[in-house]
Design a protein around this ligand. Structure first.
Ligand SMILES: [Zn+2]
Length: 203
């Protein structure tokens, strides 16, 4: 038989949000769904997942999560694994960990849970590393200024002044980056684009 875990605050929150969305009458109806219907949907979801119909499987699992106050522990494994197939790696990691934590090594899906947890963690780390690399590349990117030695100052657009609107009309301030000039050197322009150029004027 399926064992069960106590409703987490998370599940209660989802339940309340669901009630808010669907209205109270629907909420009362939802409580009347017999247990058998939940387990039928869980089995159906598992079958769909095994056939590679991950989106459809997700709908079955979400139905149970939205409607049932006490979630079957095995749902944590099924939802966690299915999330992996849907490329939702963080979600997958959270639910698979939850399953392992609740069932320990005796769970019927233990080995599978560990396997998919490993896969999800690998994918998740790979994405995080990719994001880091993108950031580093952006920081190191050189703007060649198209072979030009100087570039129009991107802050004041070459006017040398920054115009600000206030209640009394317009105020003019010397552009702190180009110090009143129209241009930045190509080197300054690179620093500006990387976000590391200090203004030449501090006031
Ligand atoms: Zn300027």
């Amino acid at each position: 038989m399926q064992s069960e875990m106590k409703t987490s605050n998370f599940a209660v929150m989802r339940f309340l949000i669901f009630c808010g969305m669907m209205g109270w009458s629907c909420c009362i109806l939802a409580q009347e769904i017999p247990d058998g219907e939940y387990f039928r949907r869980m089995d159906l979801g598992e079958e769909m997942m095994k056939k590679g119909e991950y989106e459809a499987a997700q709908q079955e699992f979400l139905f149970i999560m939205k409607n049932r106050e006490v979630l079957p522990t095995n749902l944590a494994y099924l939802f966690g694994r299915n999330s992996f197939h849907l490329n939702q790696y963080k979600q997958s990691i959270n639910w698979l960990n939850k399953y392992i934590q609740l069932k320990g090594t005796k769970g019927m899906y233990y080995e599978q849970a560990v396997k998919y947890l490993q896969l999800a963690e690998d994918q998740y780390l790979q994405i995080q590393r990719g994001k880091m690399k993108e950031l580093v590349d952006l920081m190191e990117q050189d703007y060649d200024c198209g072979g030009l030695e100087k570039m129009i100052c991107p802050v004041c657009k070459g006017s040398g002044v920054i115009i600000k609107q206030n209640h009394f009309g317009e105020t003019y301030k010397t552009c702190p980056y180009s110090a009143g000039e129209a241009y930045l050197t190509c080197e300054e322009y690179n620093d500006f684009m990387r976000g590391i150029m200090e203004p030449k004027l501090t006031n």
